[in-house]
Design a protein around this ligand. Structure first.
Ligand code: BTN
Length: 246
């Protein structure tokens, strides 16, 4: 029998909703250490302004984290959030998870979860996380069938959503603590060991492209890429318009 350890999150105030447009939007009006979760989202937001299918059965949560200190430090928050998410789901018992830059959680090439970090004010960041648990994203968008995976397909017994939520919030708090203490280097080796993409095609501003090997990220959150001529490029995430597998 799988044993799920008790996870308590005295730090967090959790707001539970039924149907909302987007939990990120609500969390954007809340202070740090508040989190919003909803059964469904009608206008779930994905990265690159994509729609995020958020039907009932998934875990849709937005957590507000304080971001004190240097903006440079906090530019790696999206990566640290991916690290926290992967640790959480691995601890639940799913093995072999990879991250696709910057923070998609994959099993093989199927997406299990995604993260959208938004800043609504300078003091905090909203970390919006969508995890496919027992929802059916393919029934709303058939192009998602086969492209996504869900916890219910991977874990038996499936932990209660409240347990997953509590564990996720605890892992996010741990990531926040590491960043606030300037200990990015402590999570970099782990992060760089779990990237999914190896060969990438990157689009940069001004219709420039780089194709090469994805080597990982550095302590500023820059992407490290080696091109075909063996030249290493350090690319700011702000400059990467698009990244796809080559
Ligand atoms: C992505 O992979 O494109 C990011 C998806 C992020 C989805 C989550 S669900 C909870 C939160 N609220 C939103 O509107 N988006 C995020």
């Amino acid at each position: 029998m799988t044993h799920f350890p008790d996870v308590s999150t005295p730090l967090w105030t959790v707001h539970r909703e039924d149907t909302v447009a987007s939990t990120n939007e609500i969390a954007g009006r809340l202070p740090a250490w508040h989190a919003v979760t909803a059964l469904r989202q009608t206008q779930g937001r994905g990265r690159y302004r994509r729609h995020w299918v958020s039907d009932e059965g998934g875990l849709w949560v937005s957590a507000v984290l304080p971001t004190p200190g240097s903006p440079l430090l906090w530019s790696v928050l999206p990566l640290a959030a991916g690290w926290a998410l992967r640790n959480c789901i691995t601890q639940l018992g799913v093995e072999g998870l990879h991250l696709r830059w910057p923070n998609d959680l994959l099993l093989g090439s199927a997406k299990l979860a995604g993260i959208l970090v938004e800043r609504f004010n300078p003091e905090c960041a909203v970390v919006g996380i969508g995890i496919n648990v027992s929802n059916n994203p393919g029934s709303e968008d058939t192009s998602l069938s086969g492209a996504v995976t869900r916890l219910v397909d991977l874990l038996s017994p499936l932990p209660h959503q409240d347990f997953i939520l509590a564990s996720l919030l605890a892992h996010l708090a741990q990531a926040q603590e590491m960043l606030a203490a300037g200990r990015i280097s402590a999570l970099l080796p782990e992060l760089n060991a779990v990237w999914h993409i190896k060969r990438v095609h990157i689009t940069l501003p001004g219709e420039r492209f780089i194709e090469g090997e994805f080597l990982g990220v550095d302590a500023q959150g820059n992407l490290l890429v080696k091109d075909r001529e063996n030249r290493q490029h350090t690319l700011s995430p702000m400059d990467v318009t698009k990244l796809r597998e080559a």
